[in-house]
Each structure stands twice: as structure tokens, then as C-alpha cells.
Ligand binder design. Structure first.
Ligand code: EPU
Length: 419
């Protein structure tokens, strides 16, 4: 079992390069199934969820050629299967995109139930509602989902809740539909736009991604060759922005999109940090203890739930009493118990956590309860007095490329050790 050992007390100073977006890549890689040909993807993060996805695609018959750490050529010409039931499929959440992608390719999919971070109930009723509206017969069986249509047919769909997964999945299934599909009450996250841009690059006709309404005009054929570069990761960017501010550091975060960070930038400025937007870079610095803030997580462009736990560290150390209201996931406060072990004073009541700001944290043995919780514990470890040992780091490896190297390069004392 591996653990991360962090010795705290140094401000994070220097430059850090952001990787490609996990939540784009986990949709674009299955989206290559809709293309019966060859796609070259650049800026793909090297994380364990992506490695699992390559294996799943290979199991389906795709050829995966790793050109370098972040570039991959995927050839989907010879895929004849529509059944994905291996153990790999069940190991991560985003395997649900196989349903939309296989429907998009051949109107038929049998896919194992997805796994992933335990964030409480993670229903996929909106995905199913969307597929059914497009004429797909969906059956939820013991451990898998089967979806089949004579032909996916264009329809007008209004989602009951704003869902990243449902928006992307139904979009994938509709790329080659008969007629026109209109999706309303869509999620607007940067990765939705990125997936739509990828699909348009390969010949789809998708308009409106990034707004509430997406219009997909079914096309008869897609290109058989394409190249695409995945957008920078919004959440990794935010993780380093928070790390800079809370350690009273000074970081220039390179290869990011400041526009995607506006909700966080506003909150960090409210806390007293200095945030400068410099083209495709952001500089974040702070020289004093941050002020408390109140946060409510919301779908984009609101404050992202995926930055909630990292921001929790900043609020835990701020002057005064702040709060976080989580409105996306029922269970995303598990990290607060770990921070409390380090000396934080956080009380959780349902979907709200109240933070009584403390002046210091101390090192402890802590457990990453999910991917973003793990990132928050690294930040807390950098701040704390003494040594923090972080366990369950496989969660962190699912979504952050080279995390300890990136932190080490900006001054953190962090090592990966075998227990
Ligand atoms: N929801 C439904 N029905 C559905 C789908 C969602 O009720 O059919 C509800 C969920 O229960 C939740 C809300 O809608 O309350 C939003 O869920 P969404 O579908 O947007 O989440 P997701 O697609 O499963 C993605 C990210 C998550 C991120 C959320 C919210 C991927 C692979 N995952 O999940 O990322 O938290 O959107 O932004 O894109 C992470 O990266 O750490 C992570 C968990």
C-alpha cells in the first residue's frame, strides 16, 4: 500500500503546469468509439481512470498507441462489440459514457454498472430518460445496463436536473441520430463544451454547448481521421490556486483558462488573496491569513463541488467563521473529519458545514475519502506543523497527474512511500 508523506510549513512558490482535463478526457476517449477511424488526442492526463479507459477500449477491439505520456492515437475501425462488462468497467464512474458512445456508434450497448468515488447516491435516471426519449429501449439489469434502438431518433428533451453526465451521454448517443435532438436544462461545464468541440471536429453538428440548450443535428457520416487537444483541467487549476493562497505562497499556474476559474477567483479575492489573470496563466499569491467566506456549490458557472474540499482547507484556516453548503452531492464532507484530526474545527449538519477558523493545523494520519478530499489533504499537509501521512491515495491517482512531483517542484516536502 502506498501513502503520501508530507512535511508541512513551506509556502508554495514557483510555476506549475496544468494537465488536460480529467472530466473531458473520460468522455472524449469513449467518444472516439463513434468515429470509425483514427483519432489523435493530445493533452490527455496520465491518470489511472484514463489508463482503465484505454484497457476498456482495447477490450472492445480498439487499437491504442501511446505516442508519449500525454498523446495517444486511438483506432476504432475494427470494433464489432457493443458489450462492455469487464471488471475494469465497474471500477470508475465515467464508464457510463460507454452507453452513449456505443449507442452513437451502433444503436446498441450493454455496459456494466459504473463505480467511482463514493459521494452518496449517484443516480443515472436522467441519462436513461434521455436515451428513452430518443427511442432507445433501456433495461437496468442486475449489475449492467442494456440499451438498444432500431435507430436513435432526434427528440426534444428537458432534463429534470442539471447533470454533467446526462448532458454528455445523451449528446454522444445523438450524434448520428435521425433528425434533430434538442437538449434543455443542460450542464454548462467547460468539459461539456470540450466534448462538443471534439465531436464537431470529427464531423458532428452540435450547437449551443456551454448554454442551457444544446442542438444536435444528426449526421450520416463522421470523418475517419482527426486530431484534438483536450482543454486544461479546471479543477487541477483551482486546486493549485487554493494551495498558493492558503500557504501564503506565490504560484504562476500555466496552461490554464482563467475564464473557467471565475467563481473561485472571486472567492479567493474576497478572502484577501491576489489573483492575476495573465492570458493562459494565473498568478495567485497571499501574504497574510485569509478572511473567512461562505460558499455554496452549484453547477457551472457556480462554485464547483469538485473544489469544495480544497476550499474547505482555506476556510478551516481563515479568520472567523465561514461555511460551505454542498448542493450537488449528499456526501462530500467526509474530508472534514480528517481535517478535524489535524486540528480544524468543522461541524457538519446535513448539507452544510460550519468552519471555526483555526490558526494552525498539525500533521496526522489521514485518509483520502475521495479524489478531491485527497487533494485537500495534500494542501492541509503542506500547511500543517509536522508530518502528515495520507492513505488511500489511489483515489488521488485517479484524477491528478504526477501530483507529488508537481507539489515538490513548487517547494512542498512530499514523498510517496510504500507502507
Ligand atoms: N443526478 C440525478 N440524476 C442523474 C444524474 C445526476 O439526479 O441521472 C444528480 C446527482 O445526484 C447530483 C447532480 O445531479 O446531485 C449532478 O450530477 P452530475 O450528473 O452532474 O455528476 P456526474 O456527471 O456523475 C460529474 C463529474 C464529477 C462532478 C460532477 C458535478 C465526471 C466523470 N464526473 O459527475 O466529478 O462532481 O459532474 O460537477 O465528469 C470529480 O472529478 O471529483 C468528480 C466527482
Amino acid at each position: 500500500m502506498e501513502k503520501l508523506v508530507v512535511k508541512g510549513g513551506t509556502p508554495l512558490i514557483g510555476e506549475v503546469e496544468i494537465s488536460g482535463a480529467k472530466n473531458s478526457a473520460v468522455a472524449i476517449i469513449p467518444a472516439t468509439l463513434i468515429v470509425t477511424g483514427e483519432v489523435l488526442l493530445r493533452n490527455v492526463p496520465e491518470i489511472s481512470d484514463i489508463k482503465k479507459y484505454y484497457e476498456v477500449l482495447e477490450e472492445l477491439g480498439a487499437k491504442i498507441e501511446r505516442i508519449d505520456k500525454n498523446t495517444v492515437r486511438i483506432n476504432t475501425e475494427n470494433i464489432t462489440k457493443h458489450i462492455a462488462l469487464s471488471e475494469n468497467v465497474k471500477k470508475f464512474r465515467a464508464s457510463y459514457y460507454l452507453i452513449g458512445a456505443l449507442l452513437g456508434r451502433g444503436n446498441e450497448a450493454i455496459v456494466g454498472m459504473p463505480g467511482g468515488c463514493n459521494l452518496g447516491a449517484r443516480p443515472i435516471d436522467q441519462h436513461i430518460k434521455g436515451f428513452e426519449a430518443l427511442g432507445v429501449d433501456v433495461k437496468v439489469e442486475e449489475g449492467y445496463i442494456s440499451a438498444k434502438a432500431e435507430k436513435v431518433k432526434g427528440e426534444h428533451i428537458f432534463f429534470d436536473v442539471v447533470s454533467v453526465g446526462a448532458t454528455i451521454n445523451v449528446m454522444l448517443s445523438a450524434v448520428m441520430c435521425d433528425g434533430v435532438t434538442i437538449l434543455e436544462n443542460c450542464a454548462k461545464e467547460p468539459h461539456i463544451v470540450d466534448v462538443a468541440n471534439f465531436l464537431n471536429t470529427v464531423g458532428a453538428d452540435i450547437k449551443g454547448a456551454g448554454t442551457d440548450t444544446i442542438k444536435i443535428t444528426g449526421v450520416k457520416k463522421l470523418k475517419t481521421q482527426a486530431e484534438y487537444t483536450i482543454v486544461p483541467d479546471q479543477i487541477e487549476t483551482g486546486t493549485f490556486m487554493i494551495a498558493a493562497a492558503v500557504t501564503k505562497g506565490d504560484l504562476v499556474i500555466k496552461n490554464c483558462i482563467p475564464k473557467h476559474m471565475e467563481s473561485l477567483t472571486a472567492k479567493l479575492r474576497e478572502m484577501g488573496a491576489i489573483v492575476k489573470e495573465l492570458g493562459d496563466k494565473i498568478e495567485v499569491k497571499a501574504d497574510k491569513r485569509l478572511n473567512k467566506v461562505h460558499i455554496k456549490t452549484m453547477p457551472y458557472p457556480g462554485f464547483p463541488t469538485d473544489l469544495q474540499s480544497q476550499m474547505g482547507v482555506a476556510i478551516a484556516m481563515a479568520k472567523g467563521n465561514g461555511s460551505i453548503t454542498e448542493s450537488i452531492w449528499d456526501s462530500r464532507f467526509a474530508y472534514t473529519e480528517q481535517l478535524n484530526k489535524m486540528g480544524a474545527k468543522i461541524q457538519v449538519a446535513g448539507k452544510r458545514a460550519i468552519f471555526s477558523g483555526v490558526e494552525k493545523l498539525k500533521g496526522a494520519k489521514v485518509y483520502a475519502t475521495d479524489l478531491r478530499a485527497g487533494a485537500s489533504l495534500i494542501i492541509a499537509g503542506c500547511l500543517a506543523e509536522g508530518t502528515t501521512e495520507i492513505y488511500n491515495i489511489e483515489h488521488i491517482d485517479r484524477g491528478y497527474e504526477n501530483i507529488e512531483e508537481k507539489f515538490r517542484k513548487i517547494g512542498a516536502d512530499i514523498e510517496r512511500e510504500e507502507e
